[in-house]
Design a protein around this ligand. Structure first.
Ligand code: PMP
Length: 287
């Protein structure tokens, strides 16, 4: 079935949607994105994603083309037009299409940002076979740029990381810088040792996950101690449990790191509990 997508103010069948070949998102990865989960046809943490979008745009001097309510309306309209129950809304804003290729930013008065939104359906989002088994990760060097806190569309290295993992029979990769894990290719990384949840603190080294913020809040409310600090791969391999978080995977247990099994090699009790709490609470707060 053909989707209805949003391009610069218009709702169109996906086959009719167009973006210029001069778009700076296409030529220079000069754009940012967000992924917001939809459960029961409602948006999870919409305001968190909107706030991060505003920040990503302002760090790159791209004008936010719409206010919160118009963004919300576009999200809801796409959910309705596509009958989306479980899945995601992907949004992307680029610096626009100046009509030629030039390193210098175009004048925003004459080159408006390009805005694209589309839906992705995922019926296995909540009742996920992967979450029941847990995932395997490999480690790779983190060779990305220094502003990972900005959610840009420069996803080539993360994409290569997932391919390296796939080639080794794993599901994903954790990236390592100066001996410590930064994050997963498309998620934040955590270990649990003696009941304590350990995850790298926020800085320009990692994306400030919206799911991370919610999960740490729920963990603290459930009296689970949280330590925001870096951890090494050796520490991770000796952990009781591990997991990753992202809007599209919620809390996903990790059962193997570089071929080393954690605990019994099945999802641990705390990660599983956090997943349940996250889904339950997010469902309640969805808009
Ligand atoms: N880190 C990276 C590198 C990511 O790409 C993502 C997801 N896009 C995350 C963390 C998780 O962020 P969120 O919880 O907001 O989806």
């Amino acid at each position: 079935m053909s989707r209805i997508v949003y391009v610069n103010g218009e709702y169109l069948p996906e086959g009719e949607a167009q973006v210029s070949i001069f778009d700076r998102g296409f030529l220079m990865a000069d754009g940012v994105y967000e992924v917001t989960t939809v459960i029961d046809g409602k948006l999870i943490d919409f305001d968190g994603h909107f706030t991060r979008l505003e920040r990503s745009l302002s760090e790159l001097d791209i004008r936010n083309p719409m206010d919160r309510d118009r963004w919300l309306e576009a999200h809801r309209e796409l959910i309705a037009r596509n009958g989306l129950d479980l899945g995601m809304i992907y949004l992307q804003v680029t610096r626009g299409a100046p009509g030629d290729r030039d390193f210098i930013f175009p004048d925003p008065e004459t080159t408006p940002p390009t805005v694209v939104l589309f839906t992705q359906s995922n019926p296995a989002l909540v009742d996920s076979p992967k979450a029941r088994k847990g995932i395997k990760v490999i480690s790779i060097d983190d060779i990305r740029w220094g502003r990972r806190d900005i959610k840009t569309v420069q996803l080539l290295y993360p994409s290569m990381g997932k391919m390296m993992a796939q080639k080794q029979g794993a599901d994903d990769a954790w990236m390592v810088q100066d001996g410590e894990v930064t994050e997963g290719t498309s998620n934040n990384a955590y270990i649990i040792k003696n009941g304590r949840i350990i995850t790298r603190k926020l800085s320009n080294d990692i994306l400030h996950g919206i799911t991370r913020a919610a999960v740490l809040r729920f963990a603290r409310e459930a009296q689970m101690p949280v330590e925001e600090r870096g951890f090494t791969l050796e520490e991770a391999k000796a952990a009781d449990e591990a997991f990753v978080t992202s809007a599209s995977t919620f809390v996903m247990p990790v059962v193997e790191i570089d071929g080393v099994r954690l605990g019994e090699g099945v999802p641990g009790p705390l990660a599983s509990r956090l997943r349940e709490i996250y889904i339950e609470e997010s469902r309640k707060a969805a808009i």
